[in-house]
Design a protein. Structure first.
Length: 191
């Protein structure tokens, strides 16, 4: 079993990545191989809505980092998405990745369906619910099973440097519970 965790933060020391790393650590303890991918330093252009993926089985945009990440998403049994929240929404690079991934997957056998995954959003005060909902809608439209936790997997963090995430014991606890549930669902589905 393999899970890819994708972080949308562009900060070098990211609170969002700290939550994803904690999730990956628990998954590893549960016997699930993980990889954490940061979108920092990667170029993901927005979807052009050209529908070339219907004809060619791949995205028409070939001069950015999308294809390599999509290959990892396709090969994984699970996908965890982490996004910081700016202006009450998922960050643009993450939405560009998800829009393109959905188009390619939908028109080519719906290859994301049947996976297991879920969202983690990180904000200073507000906006979690809207961004969390955006990511949930992405999982649902792609037929991905989302296990729960003891609360929504949202983190409280407002400064750079990953200090806030490491101090958010409650948020980290929800992420840990989510990771254990994700591993459990993966084992049941793959049995």
């Amino acid at each position: 079993m393999r899970v890819v965790c994708i972080g949308g933060s562009l900060r070098p020391q990211s609170n969002t990545l700290e939550y994803l790393k904690r999730c990956a650590g628990v998954l590893e303890q549960e016997g699930v191989e993980t990889e954490v991918i940061s979108l920092r330093g990667k170029e993901i252009q927005p979807c052009r809505g050209c529908y070339e993926c219907v004809e060619t089985a791949r995205c028409a945009i070939q001069d950015d980092d999308f294809a390599g990440i999509l290959d990892k998403m396709r090969a994984a049994d699970g996908i965890v998405l982490g996004s910081p929240v700016y202006m009450s929404s998922v960050v643009p690079p993450m939405m560009a990745l998800l829009s393109r991934a959905t188009f390619v997957a939908h028109w080519n056998g719906k290859f994301l369906a049947g996976k297991v995954g879920g969202p983690i959003t990180v904000a200073r005060r507000a906006g979690h619910n809207l961004a969390f909902s955006q990511l949930l809608l992405w999982f649902f439209i792609n037929g991905i099973t989302v296990p729960g936790s003891t609360y929504w997997t949202v983190g409280m963090a407002g400064t750079g440097g990953a200090r806030d995430a490491l101090e958010d014991q409650e948020g980290m606890g929800h992420v840990e519970n989510f990771a254990r549930n994700l591993a459990d669902v993966l084992r049941k589905i793959r049995a």
